[in-house]
Write a protein that binds this ligand. Structure first.
Ligand SMILES: Cc1cc2nc3c(=O)[nH]c(=O)nc-3n(C[C@H](O)[C@H](O)[C@H](O)COP(=O)(O)OP(=O)(O)OC[C@H]3O[C@@H](n4cnc5c(N)ncnc54)[C@H](O)[C@@H]3O)c2cc1C
Length: 353
C-alpha cells in the first residue's frame, strides 16, 4: 500500500522531469570548447530531463566531436556556417530563437561569460521572458539562486515563465566530464540571419602560455598598489613559476597597467581557484564579487585595515587565509609571516597555511 502511494506521488514528478528539455549553448573558438560550457552542462543536468547542445560556428566540427563525448547529452544541434564567424550575438540570437521555436525547450542555458551575457538577454527578449542571469544554484526546475548587491546577498527566485533562459556562473558548478557519451548530431538551418546589422572585421587576442584566468588553479592579481604596468612583470614571472594566471583589479585596468580582459570582479571575470593571491588590492566589494569563492586567499597589502582582510571572518573556519604585510615576506604558498593580524579571528592556527 505504502509502495503504491509512493509511486502515486513520484509519478507526476517523473513525468515532469521527462517533459523538461534543456538546450545548452556551447561556447567555443571553432577548435575547442570553452571550459564554462561544461559547467553550464552540469547545471543543465541538475534541471532534469533531456539535454541538447547547440554548437554554432564556422568549421566547428572538432568542437562537435569533443562535445559528443560528454555523457548525458541526448542530441547535438549543429549550425556550421560562415555566417557565424566572430560569433556575433546579432546572428546567434535569431538562430537560438529559431531553434527554440522548432524544438520547444523548457530551458535555455549558457555560461555567464561575455558571450552568454550578450546572447541570452537578446534571446529572452525575443521570447518575451525574463532572463535569469548568473545563477549559482539550481534548487528546482523553476527555482534558482543568484547573488545580488555585488555578491552581498543571495536571492532565491522562482520563475513562472514558460521558457527559462538562464546564464550560469561557471565557478558554482563542477565541470561535466567529456567522456562516456555518444550524442547524436543533427544539423539546424542557419536560416535568414540579419547580415546588415553588424559585421565581423577581425580581432586581436592576447596570447599567453599561462592558463586561462577562469580555469586556472592559481591566480595572482595585482591592484592599484602595483603602482604601474612594469611592476606587473613581477607577478608574471611568479605566475610562470606557479603555473598561475594573472588577473587585476579594475583600478589597475583603468590606470592602464594591464588590459581589461584581466579584470576580476563584478564587471570582470569570476574566478574561484584553489589559491588566489591579491597583491596591492584593497578588496572593494566589486572585486570580492569576482574572487571570494577562492579556496585559499593570500592578501599582500601594506594596510592591515584593508577590507580584503575582513573576508575570512565572513567565511568561517573552512578556508585558509594567509595575511601578509608588504614587503615582509616573499609570495609563496605555505609561507608563514612573522607578523600577526590585529584581529582576534586570525590568531587561530587554522587561519594560517
Ligand atoms: C559598478 C562598479 C563596478 C566595479 N567593478 C569592479 C570589478 O569588476 N573589479 C574590481 O576590481 N573593481 C571594480 N570596481 C571598482 C572597485 O570599487 C574598486 O575601486 C577597485 O576594486 C579598487 O581597486 P584596487 O583594490 O586595486 O585599488 P585601491 O582600492 O586603491 O587599493 C589599492 C591597495 O593597494 C595597497 N597598496 C598600496 N601600495 C602598496 C604597496 N607598496 N604594497 C602593498 N600594498 C599596497 C593599498 O593599501 C590599498 O589597499 C567597480 C566599481 C563600480 C562602481
Amino acid at each position: 500500500m505504502q509502495a503504491a502511494f509512493r509511486t502515486f506521488v513520484r509519478l507526476p514528478q517523473a513525468i515532469g522531469r521527462r517533459l523538461q528539455s534543456t538546450l545548452v549553448i556551447a561556447e567555443h573558438d571553432n577548435n575547442n570548447l570553452t571550459p564554462i560550457t561544461l559547467n553550464a552542462l552540469s547545471a543543465a543536468k541538475k534541471l532534469g530531463g533531456d539535454v541538447s547542445c547547440l554548437v554554432a560556428g564556422s568549421n566547428c566540427g572538432s568542437v562537435v566531436a569533443e562535445l559528443s563525448k560528454a555523457a548525458g547529452i541526448s542530441k547535438i544541434l549543429v549550425a556550421d556556417s560562415e555566417a557565424f564567424v566572430g560569433f556575433l550575438p546579432e546572428r546567434l540570437a535569431p538562430l537560438v530563437t529559431a531553434t527554440q521555436n522548432q524544438f520547444k525547450f523548457t530551458h535555455i542555458v549558457a555560461g555567464a561569460s561575455a558571450q552568454g551575457k550578450s546572447l541570452l538577454p537578446r534571446v529572452a527578449a525575443k521570447l518575451d521572458v525574463s532572463p535569469i542571469s548568473d545563477i549559482i544554484e539550481v534548487k528546482a526546475a523553476d527555482t534558482f539562486v543568484r547573488t545580488i548587491y555585488a555578491g552581498n546577498a543571495l536571492m532565491t527566485l522562482k520563475s513562472k515563465d514558460p521558457v527559462k533562459v538562464i546564464t550560469v556562473r561557471g565557478t558554482s558548478f563542477e565541470a561535466a566530464s567529456v567522456e562516456g557519451g555518444s550524442a547524436a548530431q543533427e544539423n539546424v538551418a542557419a536560416g535568414n540571419l540579419p547580415t546588415d546589422l553588424s559585421q565581423f572585421l577581425g580581432q586581436e587576442l592576447s596570447k599567453s602560455d599561462r592558463p586561462e584566468l577562469t580555469a586556472a588553479k592559481t591566480v595572482i592579481s595585482g591592484g592599484r598598489g602595483m603602482k604601474n604596468g612594469e611592476n606587473f612583470e613581477m607577478l608574471y614571472s611568479l605566475a610562470d613559476k606557479l603555473n598561475a594566471a594573472v588577473g587585476a583589479s579594475r583600478a589597475a585596468v583603468d590606470a592602464g597597467f594591464v588590459p581589461n580582459d584581466m579584470q576580476i570582479g563584478q564587471t570582470g571575470k569570476i574566478v574561484a581557484p584553489e589559491l588566489y593571491i591579491a597583491v596591492g588590492i584593497s578588496g572593494a566589494i566589486q572585486h570580492l564579487a569576482g574572487m571570494k569563492d577562492s579556496k585559499t586567499i593570500v592578501a599582500i597589502n601594506k594596510d592591515p585595515e584593508a577590507p580584503i582582510f575582513q573576508l575570512h571572518h565572513d567565511k568561517g573556519e573552512d578556508r585558509t587565509h594567509t595575511l601578509m604585510w608588504w614587503p615582509h615576506c616573499c609570495v609563496i604558498p605555505n609561507v608563514r609571516t612573522e607578523h600577526t593580524h590585529s584581529c582576534g579571528g586570525c590568531t587561530a592556527a587554522s587561519h594560517w597555511m
